[in-house]
Design a protein around this ligand. Structure first.
Ligand SMILES: Nc1ncnc2c1ncn2[C@@H]1O[C@H](COP(=O)(O)OP(=O)(O)OP(=O)(O)O)[C@@H](O)[C@H]1O
Length: 357
């Protein structure tokens, strides 16, 4: 469905400055996949998506989308995809249903077909009660659902969503996803593979739970590409925290290092584990051995038995599953949480106006 080779975009900002926004990306997406592109601000996610949707011409490299070359056959690409950009794309003075009908007409449907499709989408995205409302009277979540409906008007086999849920509260995010996933299942029931979806997101949990595959982008390059579970298992591992008296920590660390699944061991002798910053002499009674383990749940019983045999009293155990942030940290040494949670750029690319070629 998508195949890029060496896809590159440079922005010449001035005679002295060129931004290398996308640096030779090779990406393959099969029909029916749901892929999340994850990365910090400025990583090149939107630029990549804009090249794949023909809104930006690549500087070099190739991209085939839905079987067509984005450079030599942009109209064919556009006919085969839906695109929901950042921000709200719908015109504010129109009524919701009219907006959808108009979009259908733009995509070549006759009036009856456009009305039928509009009603289908209003129902599918839970917008039917709002059909006669003006777009500018909708809430953020309702409006984002309308954006998605607009992207789906021509029932595209491939849908691009650029930060579809940015700015929505958790309830509306969950609601939007429920609708998108339901539509996807429906398309699978009626006509072969489910709609292929490529989305960018700042929300790590969203990429983790929704996407079947996560492509991590940093500084314009793909630095990891796999299922969220595989990335977490391969790159991050579980975190096991073993609490013990300070005089036992060194022995406990040696025991942890001997476990076959252990990747990394760190000893924290400070007692202020609650983060309150009030460690006093009376609180210096425990420390923690932190273990990165391939499978923390499996490792714990063995670690406890070995500790017991060595006369080490383990006072507490905590196993936490890694997050995609741990994956990013393992890959780059930086936290995605710190760098990526500024979803402030509200650009609204428009397929009819922004074709740069
Ligand atoms: N039109 C432009 N002119 C110059 N530089 C640009 C332009 N568009 C994007 N850039 C730069 O290209 C780089 C990649 O930007 P892009 O918007 O693709 O990142 P992103 O990963 O989508 O970020 P965000 O998560 O903040 O949306 C950034 O350094 C950005 O400043």
């Amino acid at each position: 469905m998508i195949r890029t080779r060496g896809l590159t975009k440079d922005f010449v900002v001035s005679r002295h400055e060129t931004v290398h926004a996308v640096r030779g990306i090779d990406l393959d997406v099969e029909a029916g996949e749901l892929v999340a592109v994850l990365g910090p601000n400025g990583a090149g996610k939107t630029t990549t998506m804009r090249m794949l949707t023909t809104l930006l011409a690549p500087t070099s490299g190739t991209a085939h989308v839905a079987g067509h070359d984005v450079t030599t056959a942009p109209h064919r690409v556009r006919a085969a995809i839906g695109y929901v950009g950042q921000g709200n794309g719908a015109a504010s003075v129109q009524q919701v249903r009219d907006e959808l009908v108009l979009q259908g007409r733009v995509h070549g449907l006759d009036r009856r077909a456009a009305e039928y499709r509009a009603d289908e989408l209003l129902e599918a995205l839970d917008l039917a009660p709002l059909a006669r409302r003006k777009v500018d009277s909708l809430s953020g979540g309702q409006r984002r659902r309308l954006d998605v409906a607009l992207g789906l008007v021509q029932a595209p086999p491939l849908l691009f969503l650029d930060e579809p849920s940015t700015g929505l509260d958790p309830h509306n995010r969950a609601n939007l996803w429920e609708h998108v996933l339901r539509l996807r299942t429906r398309s699978a029931e009626s006509s072969g593979p489910p709609t292929t979806i490529v989305l960018t997101t700042h929300y790590l949990d969203e990429a983790d739970t929704m996407a079947e595959r996560v492509v991590v982008v940093d500084h314009g390059e793909v630095i990891a590409d796999d299922t969220a579970d595989a990335l977490k298992a391969d790159l991050a591992g579980d975190h096991v925290a073993l609490q013990a008296a300070p005089e036992h920590l060194a022995v406990l660390a040696q025991i942890a290092e001997r476990d076959a699944g252990t990747r990394e061991v760190a000893v924290d002798v400070t007692a202020d584990h609650d983060g309150a910053g009030d460690a006093g002499p009376d609180r210096l009674s425990t420390g923690v051995v932190s273990v990165r383990s391939t499978d923390g749940t499996r490792a714990v019983p063995g670690l406890l038995r070995a500790a017991d045999a060595a006369g080490v009293d383990v006072l507490g155990v905590q196993v936490s599953r890694p997050t995609l942030d741990d994956v990013f940290l393992a890959l780059t040494g930086r936290s995605l949480r710190e760098t990526a949670l500024d979803p402030s750029s509200g650009r609204t690319p428009d397929l009819t106006k922004e074709v740069a070629r």
